[in-house]
Design a protein around this ligand. Structure first.
Ligand SMILES: Nc1ncnc2c1ncn2[C@@H]1O[C@H](COP(=O)(O)OP(=O)(O)OP(=O)(O)O)[C@@H](O)[C@H]1O
Ligand SMILES: [Mg+2]
Length: 225
């Protein structure tokens, strides 16, 4: 079974002449098909942890392995591509590009990876949009969509390239209860149907209650709940 194993992660930021330690030796293992919640107050380090796990930021210390492969030591082009293909990221403020349609926002992932299998990629995008119930929105622009629809597009974009792990930062953050429940259930189903390991940062305790495992991040470390 594929696993992402992070051990002893430390991360500090300097600001205004002093250093604040956000992560103080965090360790976490994510298996494929598993969905893990991370809760914690604002500023506790949820986004920082997710970005480090996805390789979007680097820790000051610690290791991140995909099975036997150390993800923090090699920076060759091939290796970076492998790392890119391994992860999907759904951002806290979804960051869809306003000039691109829903379909094009998803296709961007393939363009960035220089993947030219146009027919296959387009089938994958339509299939995922369909699974998320938004296939009919494929030619619309983000400004034409509701918050819940945009959030689903952001999730589609995070998974169209079939990553093994997806990091989701507050996917239900700005939604009403009804839309939040749709996203909660969709993400849980995605983990199971596609065998993806998901880490979701959330303030939504209703969501956390439905997840396999939940940690609270507090004083720079993860504690079981
Ligand atoms: N690039 C940065 N430079 C300096 N400080 C940073 C940077 N990124 C994050 N921080 C600080 O690190 C701490 C953790 O931030 P982070 O965004 O990880 O919190 P969070 O748990 O995601 O909060 P929220 O629930 O509000 O999204 C905060 O105190 C924040 O100000
Ligand atoms: Mg955050």
């Amino acid at each position: 079974m594929n696993k992402l194993i992070a051990s002893g992660l430390y991360k500090s930021y300097q600001s205004g002449g002093h250093t604040s330690e956000v992560l103080s030796g965090v360790s976490i293992t994510i298996s494929e098909g598993q969905i893990i919640g991370v809760i914690g107050s604002s500023g506790s380090g949820k986004t920082t942890l997710l970005q480090i796990l996805a390789g979007l930021e680097f820790p000051d210390q610690g290791s991140i392995y995909f099975n036997e492969i150390n993800l923090l030591i090699n920076n060759s082009e091939n290796f970076n591509l492998m790392r890119k293909n391994l992860f999907g990221f759904a951002y806290q403020f979804h960051y869809l590009l306003d000039d691109l349609t829903v379909f094009e926002n998803c296709d961007l992932v393939f363009k960035i990876a220089n993947n030219k299998k146009v027919v296959e990629n387009s089938q994958k995008i339509i299939q995922i949009l369909d699974e998320l119930g938004i296939a009919e929105l494929k030619n619309k622009y983000p400004y034409m969509l509701s918050g819940g629809e945009r959030q689903r597009v952001a999730i589609a974009r995070a998974i169209v390239h079939e990553p093994k792990f997806v990091l989701m930062d507050e996917p239900t953050g700005n939604l009403d209860q009804e839309n939040a429940e749709v996203i909660q259930n969709l993400t849980i189903k995605l983990a199971k149907d596609h065998n993806i390991g998901i880490v979701v940062a959330t303030h939504d305790l209703n969501y956390a209650g439905k997840l396999d495992t939940v940690f609270r991040i507090e004083n720079g470390d993860l504690k079981p709940t």
